[in-house]
Design a protein. Structure first.
Length: 611
């Protein structure tokens, strides 16, 4: 219709019907799930036009652009970050061409890819996309499916800076009127209009009943126009596809309830089809938004300060009293645990401060490190640091896994993003990465406050000691240090590094990280052979072995290379003991003996061998 003012006028006069799902409809047309759907605006515009036309024919009065993920960070995953403007302008122009003067066009903007980033970068990414959508001819912008209210507020400010179009702000609510990041429906409804939102509402997150519940809460908190775009129920997997089972009649009945609750913009989200929108259009044609009793905005009472879990003794209490020794014993690739228990017993006898266990390193299947850690702790009394990665579990599974670790008294964790599944030897395995390592640290810290990520109580606080990784070998050491600062701010209490094979690099690392404020334990990995050195240098992410060290290994006769690797490891330990609070020993995965020998070396050298 080409006039933003008319859009707001229509919302005050009656009900505007939005369109339905774009992604699930494109999938139903045979577009592979691995495809970047936003790029279809350029590569397959006829498909996008077809769906816009079907929704318009069904009675939609507002068409959303096919640009939900067309921001710089998400497009970068497909190497398309240089095409932000083209994809968004094209998406807006396709919807505009179909809508003509019969429907409004809403420029769809979704959240950025989950990752920690400076707010200024997020602001610019949203501003860039909003400006391109306005240029393409949108009447309104719709910021949708947000879980983080702070991020939605950043996107809203960016949209207002980019253009003067009306802005619809929608969050995805789960149980009890809260988003996955704990944003509250009423709080959002109070805050967003003050920042310039023209319309506030709910979308995705669940079926019509859940959206209706959130909408009713928002209606009590604001007089601003309300919007509701529900999923078509919850999906059921049939074969290799997800099918939404809610029928158009049920969807339309709930749409009537949404309008009665105060909604003036009603459409569909995941799984909805032109048939659903046709049913909604017929159901709400003669309706007007129901009256609302808005409660006065009352400043939310400040949350009580989180109760920190009771302080428990840890190996960090010994920092400064003696060199800390942390040694790694990885779980086996099979069910024979004898060597792990043997190694743990020998390390315990030497007074090792903690044992670490990786989680499927290099995307290779190994026994559960949490279960094995529990058994090792029971048998030896030595605490185990379990590596927890973001690769293998989604946000639901991670929280479940962590609560289980707490129940098993596995309290020391190393939060890592994790090696991608594609480098492993398990065909068909995929990487999840709902979080990165910084997000995982924040999640663990949240559990330590007695809440899950949705802000719901877990009855008591967990007692996790949070560790993080650090790579001193990176060419962009300044970037690594900034990221380490973010990890410490998020809740990190200690740091384990990748192995280092350069004494000067060790001294440089501690000089550059002097202000970090948490103990950093330098990684030492004894080389087995010249071939092993080349493999680690060329194929294992994060490990850099200087030319001089690799040449030294090659010049050593084959029968002496293992001992030469141990000699290099002792040299790294000697250099580290001058500046480091302790050593993180990483033996080759085939044997624990190097870790035992190096632990004895450290204890004898520093006079800390148990009596």
């Amino acid at each position: 219709m080409g006039d933003p003012k008319k859009f707001l006028e229509r919302l005050h006069d009656g009900v505007v019907v939005g369109d339905g799902a774009m992604g699930t409809m494109l999938y139903s047309l045979g577009v592979p799930i691995q495809t970047n759907y936003d790029q279809l605006n350029v590569t397959r515009p006829e498909l996008v036009i077809q769906l816009h036309a079907e929704y318009l024919a069904a009675g939609a009065q507002l068409l959303e652009t096919n640009t939900f993920g067309a921001n710089r960070t998400k497009l970068a995953d497909f190497g398309l970050d240089s095409q932000v403007r083209e994809i968004n302008v094209r998406g807006a122009s396709l919807a505009r061409a179909v809508a003509g003067d019969r429907a409004f066009v809403a420029g769809s903007i979704g959240p950025l890819r989950e990752a920690e980033r400076p707010e200024a970068d997020s602001f610019e990414a949203y501003r860039e996309q909003a400006a391109a959508l306005a240029e393409g001819g949108c009447d309104v912008l719709i910021l949708e499916t947000f879980a983080d209210l702070a991020e939605l507020e950043t996107a809203l400010r960016a949209a207002r800076a980019a253009c003067d179009l009306p802005v619809i702000c929608q969050l995805a609510f789960l149980e009890q009127g809260k988003t996955a990041k704990g944003a509250d429906a009423e709080d959002a409804a109070y805050r967003l209009p003050d920042l310039g939102a023209s319309v506030v509402g709910a979308n995705c997150g669940g079926g019509p009943a859940r959206v209706l519940q959130a909408l009713k809460r928002m209606a009590r908190a604001t007089s601003a126009p309300l919007s509701a775009f529900a999923n078509s129920g919850f999906p059921t997997r049939v074969g290799d596809r997800f099918i939404y089972l809610a029928n158009p009649s049920y969807f339309a009945d709930t749409a009537r309830e949404m309008v009665a609750a105060g909604a003036s913009l009603v459409g569909g989200c995941c799984g909805t089809t032109p048939a659903d929108i046709r049913a909604v259009a017929e159901a709400v044609r003669a309706l007007k938004p129901g009256p609302r009793l808005v409660r006065p905005s009352v400043p939310a009472a400040p949350k009580p300060a989180p109760i920190a879990p009771a302080r428990r003794p840890s190996f960090l209490d010994r920092v400064g009293r003696r060199p800390i020794v942390v040694a790694e014993l990885d779980p086996p690739k099979h069910l024979d645990t004898a060597k792990v228990f043997e190694g743990a017993a020998e390390l315990a006898a030497l007074g090792v401060d903690a044992i670490t266990m990786a989680e499927n390193p290099l995307a290779t299947i190994r026994m559960s490190n949490v279960v094995l850690a529990h058994l090792v702790q029971q048998r030896t009394g030595v605490r185990v640091i379990c590596h927890i990665t973001c690769r293998d579990r989604n946000l639901i599974g991670l929280q479940s896994h962590l609560m289980g670790a707490d129940v098993l008294d596995v309290q020391y964790l190393l939060a890592l993003t994790g090696d991608p599944a594609r480098i492993g030897a398990q065909p068909g395995a995929t990487s999840v990465y709902d979080l990165d390592s910084v997000g995982l640290i924040k999640l663990i810290a949240t559990l330590n406050r007695g809440e899950n990520m949705a802000g719901h109580s877990i009855k008591r606080s967990t007692h996790f000691l949070i560790g993080a990784g650090f790579n001193p070998n990176s060419k962009r050491i300044d970037h690594q240090i900034k990221r380490l600062e973010m990890k410490v701010k998020a809740g990190t209490q200690f740091v384990l590094t990748q192995p280092v094979y350069d004494a000067e690099k060790i001294r440089e690392t501690y000089a550059l990280t002097a202000s970090i404020g948490v103990p950093i334990f330098i990684g030492v990995f004894p080389l087995l052979s010249a071939k092993n050195a080349e493999y680690l240098h060329n194929e294992v992410p994060g490990i850099v072995i200087p030319d001089a060290v690799r040449e030294r290994m090659h010049k050593t006769p084959a029968e002496g290379q293992r001992e030469e690797g141990m000699k290099i490891a002792r040299e790294m330990i000697d250099a580290a003991l001058d500046v480091a609070p302790g050593i993180y020993l990483i033996p080759p995965q085939t044997t624990y003996k190097p870790a035992v020998d190096l632990t004895r070396y450290i204890r004898e050298k520093t006079g800390t061998l148990p009596g």
